[in-house]
Design a protein around this ligand. Structure first.
Ligand code: ADP
Ligand code: MG
Length: 285
């Protein structure tokens, strides 16, 4: 692990074992340049984000940690094109972000699935919107349903699924439209610890095989260390990046690995010493 403070410049963890398990880089780079956000409502203004600069390489997995209300979701919404920035610009590959696009998909803590559709139809939804023919839609959906280990549940409705299965379905639906970038906002935050651990491992595998660029928000330090090539820590609101850790652990990572546990502890130590513990308390367990 290499700690850098922001200002020394951002760079990417290089680990040959990562590229060896990622045969087809399918992601695009993200460039966040001086992005700031001030919300104005009913005459009151709330500065949510100070100018944020962040460069993410194609296929990189970057985790954002920070206290509640520091602007993490706001930043993801801006990158998704769902919320305009007050200042600055976001570039997804060669294109400046000016609105939502199928190259970027946002996933939330509560899987936003359609309750009136079964798993198969939920996963097919984006493909249908894109005008993909029924037969091809079904084939693609089945492939991603298998990938997230939901085989056999194609015809289940959302209320029949556990929280973890809902997140699997949401992930399959996102992957089915083949976005270059996954924006994940505490996607496992509402799950029990065992399900969370399992989904972390599976997400790492999916990322390694698809090569997507992932920007992942969590308040769990261990989760960030388990998944990220880099872990960035935001300050309390107005958010800005105050610390950066490059995570050089080999992949695939094992949650019980001593080096992973040690790195989690080391980051928690730094955060607590600096008074910047996510959510202001002990985390990462
Ligand atoms: P986080 O995801 O880090 O918990 P958010 O990005 O959700 O933080 O919010 C950052 C700040 O911006 C908070 O103070 C929040 O209340 C405020 N905020 C977020 N969305 C809006 C909005 N639509 N209107 C006004 N204030 C907002
Ligand atoms: Mg949030």
């Amino acid at each position: 692990m290499v700690e850098r403070t922001v200002g020394e410049g951002l760079s990417v963890a290089t680990d040959s074992s990562i590229s060896s398990v990622r045969p087809n880089p399918g992601g695009i780079p993200l460039r966040i340049v001086g992005v700031s956000k001030t919300f104005v409502s009913r005459g009151r203004s709330v500065e949510a984000l100070k100018p944020v600069d962040l460069e993410i390489s194609a296929g990189e997995f970057v985790c954002l940690l920070g206290p509640s209300g520091c602007g993490k979701s706001t930043l993801l919404s801006i990158v998704a094109g769902l919320e305009p920035a007050t200042g600055g610009a976001v570039w997804a590959g060669e294109r400046e972000v000016r609105g939502p696009g199928t190259d970027r998909v946002l996933l939330f803590q509560e899987a936003a699935l359609f309750p009136w559709l079964d798993v198969q139809r939920n996963v097919e939804f984006g493909l249908r919107q894109a005008g993909v023919a029924a037969g091809e839609r079904a084939t693609i959906a089945r492939r991603f349903i298998e990938l997230v280990h939901l085989g056999g549940f194609e015809h289940s409705f959302i209320h029949q699924l556990s929280g973890g299965m809902r997140q699997r379905a949401a992930l399959a639906r996102a992957l089915a439209i083949d976005p270059a970038v996954l924006l994940m906002d505490e996607p496992f935050g509402a799950l029990d610890a065992l399900t969370r651990d399992r989904l972390q491992i599976e997400l790492e595998t999916i990322w390694a095989t698809t090569g997507k660029t992932i920007l992942f928000v969590t308040h769990n330090v261990r989760e960030a260390v388990a998944l990220g090539d880099r872990v960035l820590v935001f300050s309390p609101r107005p958010g800005r990046i105050v610390r950066e850790f490059a995570i050089d652990l080999p992949r695939p990572r094992r949650l019980e690995d001593h080096a992973l546990v040690d790195q989690t502890a080391a980051i928690l130590d730094v955060l607590h010493t600096a008074g910047e513990g996510p959510e202001g308390g002990p985390h990462g367990q």
